[in-house]
Design a protein around this ligand. Structure first.
Ligand code: G3P
Ligand code: MG
Length: 248
């Protein structure tokens, strides 16, 4: 029995984040131009309860802001550049989730929305994300929630039980069957360095979707497909999709 939520063999990780600023509209549009049909983004919330697409707790690495994202109001976050690591993209805004949802639907892509709550903010982060999705995402395109946070997954079961969800881990825990049942997951997402052949076979046999991060080398992706992985998260989807090694 398959319960998997299928994304794509190559999922753009934070957009085409090797070539454009991660988790921005520009990176998502570039991923689509590179041929990606599915994208992964990270989402957290501002102090006044607006969902923003951003990976780190802190603003320093990817934006011209300071401090933690969750301590600022949306008006401050709206004023920031998220393109500081890419000189050509210096005017690229730090995007609200609402704008990103509209963009992804315009591009007709599947979405893996990773919930990245600041510790202690799991419930409000998930609630606000689910509200934003309910307002801006039309039924039709594939949407999969995922999180390392069990509390966030639990909250999605309350706020949007019908939307499929994935547990994310680094290494594959021995009690994966209990965990996947406890959070009623369709998928299991894990770190590529921890691909264990026996475990992957067993997880796939149980019908779960299997995706792993982060894979920027086509030969490595091909090996993972052989092990039964359905897809890989990649910062350079265009390079993987254009490589002859992918299906070797
Ligand atoms: O969702 C897969 C992957 O994005 C998880 O790790 O830290 O890149 O968000 P991270
Ligand atoms: Mg992520």
């Amino acid at each position: 029995m398959s319960r998997a939520t299928m994304l794509a063999p190559v999922v753009a990780h934070r957009g085409a984040s090797a070539d454009a600023p991660e988790n921005t509209i520009a990176a998502i549009r570039l991923a689509a131009e590179q041929g990606a049909t599915a994208v992964e983004i990270d989402v957290s919330i501002s102090a006044d309860g607006v969902a923003f697409v951003h990976h780190d707790d802190s603003l320093e690495r990817c934006t011209n802001g300071t401090g933690n994202l969750c301590t600022h109001d949306a008006s401050y976050l709206d004023s920031l550049s998220a393109g500081v690591l890419f000189p050509d993209y210096i005017n690229e805004p730090l995007p609200r989730l609402s704008a990103v949802l509209e963009c992804i639907q315009e591009l007709n892509m599947a979405l893996n929305l990773e919930i990245k709550p600041k510790s202690g903010l799991e419930e409000p982060t998930t609630r606000i994300i689910c509200q934003t999705v309910a307002e801006y995402w039309q039924a039709g395109n594939t949407l999969l929630y995922s999180s390392f946070s069990r509390d966030a997954l639990k909250a999605t079961m309350e706020y949007q039980p019908e939307t499929p969800r994935a547990l994310i881990v680094g290494a594959i825990p021995e009690n994966w069957p209990e965990q996947l049942v406890a959070y009623n997951c369709s998928n299991f997402h894990f770190a590529a360095a921890h691909a264990d052949k026996q475990a992957l076979l067993a997880i796939r046999d149980e019908g779960y979707g299997l995706y792993c991060f982060t894979v920027n080398d086509a030969a490595e992706a091909a090996k993972l497909y052989e092990l039964g992985v359905h897809g890989v998260f990649s910062d350079c989807p265009g390079a993987l999709l254009g490589s002859e090694d992918l299906l070797a």
